[in-house]
Write a protein that binds this ligand. Structure first.
Ligand code: NAD
Length: 469
Protein backbone atom coordinates (compact mmCIF):
# COMPACT_ATOMS: atom_id res chain seq x y z
CA UNK A 1 0.00 0.00 0.00
CA UNK A 2 1.85 3.04 -1.26
CA UNK A 3 1.22 6.54 -0.04
CA UNK A 4 1.01 9.48 -2.51
CA UNK A 5 3.85 11.86 -3.24
CA UNK A 6 4.17 14.45 -0.46
CA UNK A 7 1.95 17.45 -1.16
CA UNK A 8 3.26 21.01 -1.16
CA UNK A 9 2.78 22.40 2.34
CA UNK A 10 -0.33 24.59 2.44
CA UNK A 11 0.50 27.87 4.21
CA UNK A 12 -1.54 30.73 5.62
CA UNK A 13 -0.11 34.21 5.08
CA UNK A 14 1.37 34.98 8.52
CA UNK A 15 0.57 38.68 8.18
CA UNK A 16 -3.16 37.79 8.42
CA UNK A 17 -2.81 35.92 11.74
CA UNK A 18 -3.22 38.85 14.18
CA UNK A 19 -6.41 40.00 12.40
CA UNK A 20 -7.81 36.48 12.28
CA UNK A 21 -7.33 36.05 16.02
CA UNK A 22 -8.82 39.53 16.60
CA UNK A 23 -11.88 38.59 14.54
CA UNK A 24 -12.43 35.54 16.76
CA UNK A 25 -11.98 37.58 19.92
CA UNK A 26 -14.57 40.12 18.77
CA UNK A 27 -16.98 37.28 18.08
CA UNK A 28 -16.34 35.73 21.48
CA UNK A 29 -16.77 39.06 23.29
CA UNK A 30 -20.12 39.56 21.55
CA UNK A 31 -21.44 36.53 23.48
CA UNK A 32 -22.32 34.71 20.27
CA UNK A 33 -20.79 31.37 21.35
CA UNK A 34 -22.42 31.15 24.76
CA UNK A 35 -25.97 29.94 23.96
CA UNK A 36 -26.50 26.20 23.91
CA UNK A 37 -28.22 26.56 20.52
CA UNK A 38 -25.05 27.94 18.91
CA UNK A 39 -22.96 25.12 20.37
CA UNK A 40 -25.44 22.50 19.14
CA UNK A 41 -25.50 24.00 15.65
CA UNK A 42 -21.69 23.94 15.41
CA UNK A 43 -21.54 20.34 16.67
CA UNK A 44 -24.14 19.37 14.10
CA UNK A 45 -22.15 21.10 11.37
CA UNK A 46 -19.00 19.28 12.42
CA UNK A 47 -20.86 15.98 12.22
CA UNK A 48 -22.20 16.96 8.78
CA UNK A 49 -18.66 17.65 7.64
CA UNK A 50 -17.42 14.28 8.92
CA UNK A 51 -20.28 12.27 7.46
CA UNK A 52 -20.40 14.10 4.11
CA UNK A 53 -16.64 14.27 3.57
CA UNK A 54 -15.46 11.23 5.54
CA UNK A 55 -14.16 9.53 2.41
CA UNK A 56 -12.28 12.68 1.34
CA UNK A 57 -10.60 12.82 4.74
CA UNK A 58 -9.78 9.09 4.74
CA UNK A 59 -8.28 9.51 1.24
CA UNK A 60 -6.18 12.45 2.42
CA UNK A 61 -4.91 10.42 5.39
CA UNK A 62 -4.12 7.58 3.01
CA UNK A 63 -2.22 9.95 0.73
CA UNK A 64 -0.17 11.16 3.71
CA UNK A 65 0.41 7.88 5.53
CA UNK A 66 -0.59 5.02 3.24
CA UNK A 67 -3.00 4.18 6.04
CA UNK A 68 -5.45 1.33 5.28
CA UNK A 69 -8.90 2.76 4.54
CA UNK A 70 -10.64 0.96 7.39
CA UNK A 71 -8.08 2.29 9.91
CA UNK A 72 -8.67 5.81 8.57
CA UNK A 73 -12.39 5.43 9.17
CA UNK A 74 -12.11 3.84 12.60
CA UNK A 75 -9.27 5.81 14.17
CA UNK A 76 -9.93 9.22 12.68
CA UNK A 77 -13.48 9.64 11.41
CA UNK A 78 -15.87 7.42 13.37
CA UNK A 79 -14.12 8.00 16.69
CA UNK A 80 -14.54 11.76 16.19
CA UNK A 81 -18.19 11.35 15.18
CA UNK A 82 -18.69 9.40 18.43
CA UNK A 83 -17.21 12.34 20.37
CA UNK A 84 -19.60 14.76 18.60
CA UNK A 85 -22.58 12.50 19.33
CA UNK A 86 -21.69 12.18 23.00
CA UNK A 87 -21.22 15.94 23.40
CA UNK A 88 -24.53 16.65 21.64
CA UNK A 89 -26.32 14.13 23.87
CA UNK A 90 -24.85 15.36 27.14
CA UNK A 91 -24.46 19.09 26.41
CA UNK A 92 -27.44 20.31 28.45
CA UNK A 93 -26.34 18.28 31.46
CA UNK A 94 -22.70 19.41 31.19
CA UNK A 95 -23.74 23.07 30.93
CA UNK A 96 -26.08 22.94 33.90
CA UNK A 97 -24.73 24.84 36.93
CA UNK A 98 -23.64 22.42 39.64
CA UNK A 99 -25.17 23.10 43.08
CA UNK A 100 -22.86 22.70 46.07
CA UNK A 101 -23.75 22.92 49.74
CA UNK A 102 -23.27 26.14 51.70
CA UNK A 103 -21.60 26.11 55.14
CA UNK A 104 -23.80 27.05 58.05
CA UNK A 105 -21.94 30.29 58.78
CA UNK A 106 -22.79 31.60 55.29
CA UNK A 107 -26.49 30.82 55.41
CA UNK A 108 -28.89 31.85 54.05
CA UNK A 109 -27.18 31.51 50.65
CA UNK A 110 -26.73 29.15 47.74
CA UNK A 111 -23.54 28.14 46.00
CA UNK A 112 -22.94 26.77 42.52
CA UNK A 113 -20.22 26.04 39.99
CA UNK A 114 -20.86 27.58 36.59
CA UNK A 115 -18.92 26.23 33.59
CA UNK A 116 -17.90 29.19 31.45
CA UNK A 117 -16.18 29.19 28.07
CA UNK A 118 -12.54 30.26 28.27
CA UNK A 119 -12.54 32.48 25.17
CA UNK A 120 -10.35 32.03 22.11
CA UNK A 121 -8.41 28.77 22.22
CA UNK A 122 -5.64 27.34 20.05
CA UNK A 123 -5.48 23.67 19.07
CA UNK A 124 -2.24 22.43 17.50
CA UNK A 125 -2.35 18.93 15.99
CA UNK A 126 0.29 16.45 14.81
CA UNK A 127 0.38 14.33 11.66
CA UNK A 128 -0.15 10.76 12.87
CA UNK A 129 -3.95 10.86 13.38
CA UNK A 130 -4.41 14.20 11.70
CA UNK A 131 -8.21 14.33 11.72
CA UNK A 132 -8.97 12.87 15.14
CA UNK A 133 -6.29 14.88 16.95
CA UNK A 134 -7.49 18.13 15.37
CA UNK A 135 -11.25 17.66 15.57
CA UNK A 136 -11.69 15.68 18.77
CA UNK A 137 -10.34 18.55 20.94
CA UNK A 138 -12.44 20.90 18.81
CA UNK A 139 -15.58 19.05 19.95
CA UNK A 140 -14.72 20.01 23.54
CA UNK A 141 -13.90 23.59 22.58
CA UNK A 142 -17.27 23.99 20.82
CA UNK A 143 -19.26 22.25 23.54
CA UNK A 144 -17.74 24.57 26.12
CA UNK A 145 -18.65 27.62 23.99
CA UNK A 146 -15.26 28.80 22.75
CA UNK A 147 -13.89 30.26 19.56
CA UNK A 148 -10.95 28.26 18.22
CA UNK A 149 -7.92 28.58 15.99
CA UNK A 150 -6.96 25.24 14.47
CA UNK A 151 -3.43 24.44 13.40
CA UNK A 152 -3.13 21.13 11.50
CA UNK A 153 0.30 19.58 10.99
CA UNK A 154 2.18 20.55 7.84
CA UNK A 155 3.76 17.08 7.88
CA UNK A 156 0.41 15.50 6.87
CA UNK A 157 -0.04 18.10 4.14
CA UNK A 158 -2.89 16.40 2.22
CA UNK A 159 -5.01 16.23 5.37
CA UNK A 160 -4.08 19.78 6.37
CA UNK A 161 -5.27 21.01 2.97
CA UNK A 162 -8.53 19.02 3.27
CA UNK A 163 -9.24 20.45 6.74
CA UNK A 164 -8.32 23.96 5.59
CA UNK A 165 -10.78 23.64 2.70
CA UNK A 166 -13.66 21.97 4.55
CA UNK A 167 -13.81 23.48 8.03
CA UNK A 168 -14.57 27.08 6.92
CA UNK A 169 -17.45 25.76 4.79
CA UNK A 170 -19.15 24.15 7.77
CA UNK A 171 -18.29 26.13 10.90
CA UNK A 172 -19.21 29.68 11.91
CA UNK A 173 -16.53 31.72 10.09
CA UNK A 174 -16.61 34.45 12.74
CA UNK A 175 -15.63 31.95 15.45
CA UNK A 176 -13.17 29.52 13.86
CA UNK A 177 -10.01 29.88 11.81
CA UNK A 178 -7.69 27.29 10.29
CA UNK A 179 -4.06 28.37 10.14
CA UNK A 180 -1.92 26.12 7.97
CA UNK A 181 1.83 25.86 7.76
CA UNK A 182 4.86 24.83 9.77
CA UNK A 183 7.24 26.36 12.26
CA UNK A 184 7.01 29.96 10.96
CA UNK A 185 3.23 30.00 10.99
CA UNK A 186 2.99 28.31 14.41
CA UNK A 187 5.58 30.67 15.83
CA UNK A 188 3.57 33.65 14.57
CA UNK A 189 0.41 32.15 16.06
CA UNK A 190 2.05 31.58 19.42
CA UNK A 191 2.84 35.30 19.69
CA UNK A 192 -0.90 35.94 20.00
CA UNK A 193 -2.71 35.74 23.30
CA UNK A 194 -5.02 32.76 23.70
CA UNK A 195 -7.17 31.69 26.63
CA UNK A 196 -6.02 28.08 26.39
CA UNK A 197 -3.70 26.08 24.17
CA UNK A 198 -4.07 22.35 23.54
CA UNK A 199 -0.96 21.00 21.85
CA UNK A 200 -0.48 17.41 20.69
CA UNK A 201 2.98 16.37 19.54
CA UNK A 202 6.50 15.80 20.78
CA UNK A 203 7.96 16.99 24.07
CA UNK A 204 10.59 19.29 22.52
CA UNK A 205 8.04 21.46 20.74
CA UNK A 206 5.82 21.25 23.84
CA UNK A 207 8.47 23.28 25.67
CA UNK A 208 8.38 25.93 22.91
CA UNK A 209 4.60 26.05 23.20
CA UNK A 210 4.63 26.27 26.98
CA UNK A 211 7.25 29.02 26.95
CA UNK A 212 5.21 31.08 24.48
CA UNK A 213 2.07 30.45 26.56
CA UNK A 214 3.86 31.55 29.73
CA UNK A 215 4.36 35.04 28.27
CA UNK A 216 0.58 35.51 28.37
CA UNK A 217 -0.01 33.23 31.39
CA UNK A 218 -2.08 31.06 29.10
CA UNK A 219 -2.87 27.60 30.52
CA UNK A 220 -1.90 24.62 28.38
CA UNK A 221 -2.95 21.04 27.84
CA UNK A 222 -0.04 19.05 26.47
CA UNK A 223 -0.70 15.69 24.83
CA UNK A 224 2.75 14.19 24.38
CA UNK A 225 4.37 10.79 23.91
CA UNK A 226 7.11 8.64 25.36
CA UNK A 227 8.10 5.02 25.63
CA UNK A 228 4.99 3.04 26.59
CA UNK A 229 5.98 -0.34 28.08
CA UNK A 230 4.19 -3.62 27.57
CA UNK A 231 4.76 -6.18 30.31
CA UNK A 232 4.12 -9.87 29.58
CA UNK A 233 3.85 -12.16 32.60
CA UNK A 234 4.80 -15.84 32.64
CA UNK A 235 1.15 -16.77 33.25
CA UNK A 236 -0.48 -15.43 30.11
CA UNK A 237 -2.62 -16.38 27.15
CA UNK A 238 0.18 -16.01 24.62
CA UNK A 239 -1.85 -16.24 21.42
CA UNK A 240 -4.18 -13.47 22.56
CA UNK A 241 -1.32 -11.36 23.94
CA UNK A 242 0.63 -11.69 20.66
CA UNK A 243 -2.38 -10.65 18.57
CA UNK A 244 -3.20 -7.65 20.75
CA UNK A 245 0.41 -6.46 21.02
CA UNK A 246 1.09 -6.85 17.29
CA UNK A 247 -2.17 -5.06 16.41
CA UNK A 248 -1.49 -2.14 18.79
CA UNK A 249 2.13 -1.82 17.74
CA UNK A 250 1.83 -2.02 13.96
CA UNK A 251 -1.42 -0.07 13.57
CA UNK A 252 -0.53 3.03 11.51
CA UNK A 253 2.95 1.52 11.06
CA UNK A 254 3.73 2.06 14.73
CA UNK A 255 3.10 5.81 14.52
CA UNK A 256 0.66 5.87 17.41
CA UNK A 257 1.40 7.83 20.59
CA UNK A 258 0.11 4.97 22.75
CA UNK A 259 1.59 2.10 20.73
CA UNK A 260 3.50 -0.39 22.90
CA UNK A 261 7.02 0.98 22.52
CA UNK A 262 8.82 -2.06 23.90
CA UNK A 263 7.98 -5.41 25.51
CA UNK A 264 9.29 -6.72 28.83
CA UNK A 265 8.56 -10.44 28.80
CA UNK A 266 9.21 -12.98 31.52
CA UNK A 267 12.38 -14.80 30.44
CA UNK A 268 10.65 -18.19 30.48
CA UNK A 269 8.18 -17.02 27.78
CA UNK A 270 10.41 -15.04 25.44
CA UNK A 271 10.69 -17.71 22.74
CA UNK A 272 6.99 -18.56 22.85
CA UNK A 273 6.01 -14.90 22.62
CA UNK A 274 8.39 -14.22 19.72
CA UNK A 275 7.05 -17.27 17.85
CA UNK A 276 3.45 -16.23 18.49
CA UNK A 277 4.11 -12.64 17.35
CA UNK A 278 5.87 -13.87 14.21
CA UNK A 279 2.91 -16.12 13.39
CA UNK A 280 0.52 -13.21 14.04
CA UNK A 281 2.45 -10.91 11.72
CA UNK A 282 2.16 -13.50 8.96
CA UNK A 283 -1.54 -13.91 9.66
CA UNK A 284 -2.16 -10.13 9.62
CA UNK A 285 0.09 -8.98 6.78
CA UNK A 286 1.03 -12.11 4.80
CA UNK A 287 4.50 -13.20 3.68
CA UNK A 288 5.36 -9.75 2.31
CA UNK A 289 3.83 -6.90 4.34
CA UNK A 290 4.90 -4.39 1.67
CA UNK A 291 2.24 -5.83 -0.63
CA UNK A 292 -0.71 -5.84 1.73
CA UNK A 293 -3.10 -2.88 1.75
CA UNK A 294 -3.39 -3.42 5.52
CA UNK A 295 -0.01 -2.06 6.55
CA UNK A 296 0.83 1.68 6.38
CA UNK A 297 3.95 3.64 5.58
CA UNK A 298 6.40 5.78 7.54
CA UNK A 299 5.37 9.43 7.21
CA UNK A 300 8.51 10.70 5.43
CA UNK A 301 12.12 10.04 4.48
CA UNK A 302 13.48 11.79 7.57
CA UNK A 303 11.58 9.48 9.93
CA UNK A 304 12.42 6.41 7.78
CA UNK A 305 16.12 7.22 8.05
CA UNK A 306 15.84 7.71 11.82
CA UNK A 307 14.03 4.38 12.22
CA UNK A 308 16.42 2.47 9.93
CA UNK A 309 19.21 3.70 12.19
CA UNK A 310 17.59 1.87 15.14
CA UNK A 311 17.61 -1.56 13.50
CA UNK A 312 21.15 -2.29 14.69
CA UNK A 313 20.07 -2.09 18.34
CA UNK A 314 19.35 -5.82 18.52
CA UNK A 315 18.94 -9.09 16.69
CA UNK A 316 16.22 -8.90 14.03
CA UNK A 317 13.73 -11.70 14.69
CA UNK A 318 11.43 -10.70 11.86
CA UNK A 319 11.28 -7.75 9.43
CA UNK A 320 14.06 -5.23 9.03
CA UNK A 321 13.48 -4.58 5.30
CA UNK A 322 13.61 -0.92 4.24
CA UNK A 323 12.49 0.62 0.92
CA UNK A 324 13.30 4.33 0.76
CA UNK A 325 11.28 4.96 -2.40
CA UNK A 326 8.12 3.62 -0.77
CA UNK A 327 8.91 4.96 2.74
CA UNK A 328 8.47 1.36 3.84
CA UNK A 329 9.86 -0.26 6.92
CA UNK A 330 8.68 -3.83 7.48
CA UNK A 331 7.03 -4.67 10.80
CA UNK A 332 10.13 -5.52 12.78
CA UNK A 333 10.74 -7.33 16.06
CA UNK A 334 14.12 -7.13 17.78
CA UNK A 335 15.49 -9.31 20.58
CA UNK A 336 18.75 -9.23 22.60
CA UNK A 337 18.33 -5.50 23.03
CA UNK A 338 20.39 -3.72 25.64
CA UNK A 339 18.45 -1.21 27.79
CA UNK A 340 21.09 1.38 26.83
CA UNK A 341 20.88 0.82 23.07
CA UNK A 342 19.61 3.64 20.78
CA UNK A 343 16.22 1.97 20.27
CA UNK A 344 15.62 2.16 24.04
CA UNK A 345 16.56 5.85 24.37
CA UNK A 346 13.70 7.76 22.74
CA UNK A 347 10.16 6.97 21.70
CA UNK A 348 10.40 4.74 18.60
CA UNK A 349 7.24 5.96 16.83
CA UNK A 350 7.55 3.47 13.99
CA UNK A 351 7.19 -0.27 13.24
CA UNK A 352 10.02 -1.58 15.40
CA UNK A 353 9.28 -3.58 18.55
CA UNK A 354 12.18 -4.41 20.88
CA UNK A 355 11.56 -7.35 23.19
CA UNK A 356 13.58 -7.47 26.42
CA UNK A 357 13.44 -10.17 29.06
CA UNK A 358 12.95 -9.81 32.82
CA UNK A 359 13.32 -12.50 35.53
CA UNK A 360 10.14 -11.46 37.36
CA UNK A 361 7.40 -8.86 37.64
CA UNK A 362 9.26 -6.85 40.28
CA UNK A 363 12.12 -6.34 37.81
CA UNK A 364 9.65 -5.20 35.15
CA UNK A 365 8.15 -2.70 37.58
CA UNK A 366 11.60 -1.39 38.56
CA UNK A 367 12.55 -1.09 34.88
CA UNK A 368 9.47 1.02 34.16
CA UNK A 369 9.82 3.15 37.29
CA UNK A 370 13.47 3.95 36.52
CA UNK A 371 12.33 5.73 33.33
CA UNK A 372 10.17 8.78 32.56
CA UNK A 373 6.46 8.39 33.28
CA UNK A 374 4.95 6.90 30.09
CA UNK A 375 1.77 7.84 28.23
CA UNK A 376 0.43 4.28 28.31
CA UNK A 377 1.30 1.03 30.02
CA UNK A 378 0.12 -2.46 29.13
CA UNK A 379 0.24 -5.65 31.12
CA UNK A 380 -0.68 -9.13 29.90
CA UNK A 381 -1.33 -11.65 32.62
CA UNK A 382 -3.77 -14.25 33.87
CA UNK A 383 -2.90 -13.45 37.47
CA UNK A 384 -4.86 -10.96 39.53
CA UNK A 385 -1.78 -10.26 41.77
CA UNK A 386 0.33 -9.32 38.75
CA UNK A 387 -2.34 -6.98 37.44
CA UNK A 388 -2.69 -5.42 40.90
CA UNK A 389 1.09 -5.10 41.41
CA UNK A 390 1.72 -3.49 38.02
CA UNK A 391 -1.19 -1.06 38.17
CA UNK A 392 -0.65 -0.03 41.79
CA UNK A 393 3.16 0.28 41.72
CA UNK A 394 3.70 2.08 38.40
CA UNK A 395 2.21 5.18 36.81
CA UNK A 396 1.28 6.18 33.26
CA UNK A 397 -1.23 8.43 31.48
CA UNK A 398 -3.51 5.43 30.90
CA UNK A 399 -3.26 1.65 31.07
CA UNK A 400 -4.83 -1.55 29.77
CA UNK A 401 -4.75 -5.04 31.22
CA UNK A 402 -4.67 -7.76 28.54
CA UNK A 403 -5.20 -5.16 25.82
CA UNK A 404 -3.45 -2.34 24.02
CA UNK A 405 -4.80 1.01 22.76
CA UNK A 406 -8.42 0.49 23.80
CA UNK A 407 -8.46 2.96 26.70
CA UNK A 408 -8.23 5.83 24.17
CA UNK A 409 -11.49 4.76 22.59
CA UNK A 410 -13.65 4.93 25.73
CA UNK A 411 -14.96 8.51 25.99
CA UNK A 412 -15.81 7.85 29.64
CA UNK A 413 -12.06 7.77 30.39
CA UNK A 414 -9.83 10.88 30.53
CA UNK A 415 -7.11 10.72 27.89
CA UNK A 416 -3.79 12.36 28.70
CA UNK A 417 -0.27 11.87 29.98
CA UNK A 418 1.50 12.36 33.27
CA UNK A 419 4.83 14.13 33.81
CA UNK A 420 6.82 14.20 30.57
CA UNK A 421 4.08 12.32 28.69
CA UNK A 422 1.73 15.27 29.08
CA UNK A 423 -0.45 17.41 31.30
CA UNK A 424 -4.21 17.71 31.35
CA UNK A 425 -6.66 15.38 29.65
CA UNK A 426 -9.61 15.36 27.28
CA UNK A 427 -12.20 13.10 25.60
CA UNK A 428 -15.89 12.99 26.46
CA UNK A 429 -16.78 15.14 29.42
CA UNK A 430 -13.09 15.85 30.07
CA UNK A 431 -12.92 17.70 26.73
CA UNK A 432 -15.74 19.96 27.87
CA UNK A 433 -14.01 20.51 31.21
CA UNK A 434 -10.65 21.12 29.52
CA UNK A 435 -12.06 24.15 27.67
CA UNK A 436 -14.26 25.43 30.52
CA UNK A 437 -13.59 27.63 33.52
CA UNK A 438 -15.29 26.37 36.68
CA UNK A 439 -16.53 29.60 38.15
CA UNK A 440 -17.48 29.63 41.83
CA UNK A 441 -20.65 31.63 42.48
CA UNK A 442 -22.22 32.40 45.86
CA UNK A 443 -25.66 33.97 45.96
CA UNK A 444 -26.63 35.43 49.33
CA UNK A 445 -29.97 36.48 50.66
CA UNK A 446 -30.30 40.06 51.96
CA UNK A 447 -33.11 39.12 54.35
CA UNK A 448 -30.76 39.00 57.33
CA UNK A 449 -27.32 40.53 57.71
CA UNK A 450 -25.77 39.81 61.15
CA UNK A 451 -23.27 42.48 62.20
CA UNK A 452 -20.91 40.03 63.87
CA UNK A 453 -18.56 39.72 60.87
CA UNK A 454 -18.20 43.48 60.31
CA UNK A 455 -15.97 46.08 62.03
CA UNK A 456 -15.69 47.44 64.63
CA UNK A 457 -14.23 44.13 65.86
CA UNK A 458 -15.24 44.39 69.51
CA UNK A 459 -14.06 41.99 72.18
CA UNK A 460 -17.43 40.21 72.46
CA UNK A 461 -17.42 39.51 68.71
CA UNK A 462 -13.97 37.89 68.96
CA UNK A 463 -15.08 35.82 71.96
CA UNK A 464 -18.22 34.69 70.14
CA UNK A 465 -16.34 33.85 66.92
CA UNK A 466 -13.82 31.75 68.88
CA UNK A 467 -16.65 29.93 70.66
CA UNK A 468 -18.26 29.09 67.31
CA UNK A 469 -15.09 27.39 66.02
P1 NAD B 1 4.42 17.37 14.22
O1 NAD B 1 5.78 17.42 13.65
O2 NAD B 1 3.24 17.36 13.30
O3 NAD B 1 4.30 18.58 15.24
C1 NAD B 1 3.09 18.86 15.93
C2 NAD B 1 2.69 20.30 15.69
O4 NAD B 1 3.69 21.17 16.20
C3 NAD B 1 2.51 20.63 14.21
O5 NAD B 1 1.29 21.30 14.03
C4 NAD B 1 3.71 21.48 13.92
O6 NAD B 1 3.45 22.45 12.91
C5 NAD B 1 4.03 22.15 15.23
N1 NAD B 1 5.44 22.49 15.37
C6 NAD B 1 6.50 21.75 14.96
N2 NAD B 1 7.65 22.37 15.28
C7 NAD B 1 7.32 23.54 15.89
C8 NAD B 1 8.06 24.62 16.47
N3 NAD B 1 9.38 24.62 16.50
N4 NAD B 1 7.37 25.62 17.04
C9 NAD B 1 6.03 25.61 17.04
N5 NAD B 1 5.28 24.62 16.51
C10 NAD B 1 5.90 23.61 15.94
O7 NAD B 1 4.21 16.08 15.13
P2 NAD B 1 5.26 15.33 16.05
O8 NAD B 1 5.67 16.20 17.16
O9 NAD B 1 6.27 14.63 15.23
O10 NAD B 1 4.25 14.22 16.60
C11 NAD B 1 4.71 13.03 17.09
C12 NAD B 1 4.78 13.07 18.61
O11 NAD B 1 3.51 13.40 19.11
C13 NAD B 1 5.14 11.75 19.23
O12 NAD B 1 5.99 11.97 20.32
C14 NAD B 1 3.81 11.22 19.72
O13 NAD B 1 3.91 10.33 20.80
C15 NAD B 1 3.12 12.48 20.11
N6 NAD B 1 1.68 12.30 20.03
C16 NAD B 1 0.97 12.37 21.19
C17 NAD B 1 -0.39 12.16 21.15
C18 NAD B 1 -1.21 12.23 22.39
O14 NAD B 1 -2.43 12.29 22.26
N7 NAD B 1 -0.64 12.22 23.57
C19 NAD B 1 -1.02 11.89 19.94
C20 NAD B 1 -0.26 11.83 18.80
C21 NAD B 1 1.10 12.04 18.85
Amino acid sequence: MTRSAPAAIPRTDVSTIPDQVKRLRTAFDSGRTRPEAWRREQLQQLKRLLTTHGQELVDAIHADLGRPEIEGWITDVTVTVAEVDLAAKKLSRWMKPERVSTPLNQQPATARIVREPLGVVLIIAPWNYPVQLMLSPLVGAIAAGNCAVLKPSEVSAHTSAALGRLLPRYLDPECFAVIEGGVDETTALLRERFDHILYTGNGHVAKVVMEAAAKHLTPVTLELGGKSPCIVDSEVDLAVAARRIVWGKFLNAGQTCIAPDYVLVHESREKDLLDAMKATLREFYGEDPQRTPDFGRVINERHLERLAGLLGSGEVVVGGQVDEVDCYLAPTILRSVSPDSPVMRDEIFGPILPVLTVPDIDSAISFVNARPKPLALYVFTKRRETEEAVISRTTSGGACVNATIWHIANPGLPFGGVGPSGMGAYHGRDSFECFSHRRAVVSKSTAIDPKIAYPPYTKWKTTLIRKLL
